[in-house]
Design a protein around this ligand. Structure first.
Ligand SMILES: OCc1cccc(Br)n1
Length: 450
């Protein structure tokens, strides 16, 4: 009903031509290499995770932002030989502009903060959950996209900002059932390495390059690290003091390395004192070998790790006070972290913390079903009454389904009630309402439906 004859005919033709087209080979059903689909059963898990991220962000007073996944390539091109540079998903668009899919969210955040200029109320606490891309030769069969939860604080120079972010990460972990027995957060400051290199007479301009090399300290053999340090310009003595520095894994060790009165040692001390005030000291570990791989970090850096040592870093971040000035803006203190959607899911699954069962069911409240064509209008009227009352209603859109089918369908969508309208009900202006939990069935007049 409803369709005009011509459309009907046209439809029949479409079917015929589809039949002819059927000869054409089927399109590829898998998504592009390194990318994922999110059919409903996957989307429910993703929504659960992102809602958990968002709840923590809002609990800490952060505001959500987003920016295009496509940015000018210039936003991401930096000299310091980071891995992320070699993996930019960049190209020339049809207007011959150099663009790139974003490999991270921080530069876009910096661009938005610069845009706001003096009109930005500081401190600003912004968060985003966005898809980020890298172009990896598929030889390594790794993903080319992931979603990252970012939290950043703009305009605060003190380590209070770092502690706020660390506390948000701990709160998120606890909110999904992960404890400080499962994971920890290694905390360090790049200033430690900067001080050590200053003492060893290393020129400042190669500092970012040294950090990129040192970030690989757990992934490459010692000799390789030494070789790469020499390549970026460190002499024997400087290399040795860098490696000695990396072994420092306590505040005591830090003070003896830099001296009791050293600014950086004091700052780290203050961070751990404030962390105790937030009750997160059990989650934190000082570890001077953590430098993270992004060139723009200048101060405190940190990364979440699983204490069994089976997984890659869960999240990571740090202070990057110089980023906006390198993009041509005014000096702006910034600190933040990125939290990917891949490792955390592996960890949650390993610990049996993904609410798989709960996420299996849709949460439809009512299924409305009309016995035949003549009851269709009443069924729709009933559904709109229920929806106005905020009930989630799935209307069975084909008439004459067997009641066996309807029960199975109601079960599958997790409905609490099954509402049936047949000829008799229609004449009497009532709806048969079956409570699928108690099996109790009552007749409800249409105008009393809720
Ligand atoms: O964390 C590095 C990264 C960046 C973009 C996409 C993916 Br997958 N991974």
């Amino acid at each position: 009903g409803g369709r005009s004859v011509t459309t009907q005919t046209a439809n029949v033709d479409a079917k015929k031509s589809n039949a002819q087209q059927q000869q054409q080979s089927q399109i590829e059903l898998n998504p592009p290499k390194g990318t994922r689909d999110f059919p409903p059963e996957e989307m429910r898990k993703r929504n659960w995770l992102f809602d958990s991220f968002r709840q923590t962000a809002l609990l800490f007073g952060f505001e959500e932002f987003d920016a295009p996944v496509l940015e000018s390539e210039a936003l991401f091109t930096r000299k310091a030989g980071e891995e992320i540079q070699g993996q930019l998903y960049n190209f020339s668009d049809k207007g011959d502009r150099r663009v790139s899919l974003r490999p991270e969210l921080t530069p876009s955040l910096a661009r938005l903060i610069m845009q706001k200029g003096k009109s930005l109320a500081v401190p600003a606490k912004w968060f985003a959950i966005g898809q980020c891309w890298r172009y990896e030769r598929m030889t390594r069969g790794r993903r080319r996209e992931h979603y990252q939860w970012n939290m950043d604080i703009v305009g605060v120079e003190g380590v209070e900002a770092e502690v706020e972010l660390l506390s948000a990460i701990c709160h998120f972990f606890a909110s999904v059932g992960i404890t400080s027995e499962d994971v920890g957060i290694k905390v360090n400051s790049r200033k430690v390495l900067a001080r050590v290199m200053e003492k060893a007479g290393v020129p400042e301009e190669i500092f970012a390059n040294v950090c990129v090399v040192v970030d690989k300290i757990e992934k490459l053999p010692r000799e390789k690290i030494i070789e790469e340090l020499r390549e970026v310009g460190l002499n024997e003595e400087a290399t040795q003091s860098v490696l000695t520095c990396m072994e420092t894994n306590s505040l005591e060790g830090l003070k003896s390395l830099l001296g009791e009165e050293d600014e950086c040692a004091k700052e780290m001390e203050k961070l751990f004192v404030l962390a105790r005030a937030y009750g997160i000291e059990d989650w934190l570990v000082f570890d001077a070998s953590v430098v993270r791989g992004l060139a723009y970090y200048t101060g405190v850096v940190f990364e979440g790790f699983d204490r069994r040592g089976e997984l890659r870093a869960i999240c990571g971040g740090g202070r990057y006070d110089g980023l906006i000035s390198t993009l041509g803006g005014e000096y702006t203190p910034m600190v933040g972290f990125g939290f990917g959607d891949a490792v955390i899911v592996e960890l949650l699954k390993d610990r049996g913390l993904m609410p798989e069962e709960a996420l299996k069911t849709m949460n439809v409240d009512d299924v409305v079903f009309s016995m035949d064509e003549s009851c269709r209008e009443t069924a729709m009227r009933a559904a709109s009454v229920l929806r106005k009352n905020g009930r989630r209603v799935d209307v069975v859109l084909e008439d004459g389904k067997k009641s066996k089918w309807t029960f199975k369908h109601a079960e599958r969508v997790g409905a609490k009630r099954l509402l049936t309208i047949g000829k008799k009900e229609q004449e009497e202006g009532i709806v048969k309402v079956k409570n699928l939990e108690t099996r109790e069935e009552v007749d409800v007049s249409l105008d009393k439906l809720a």
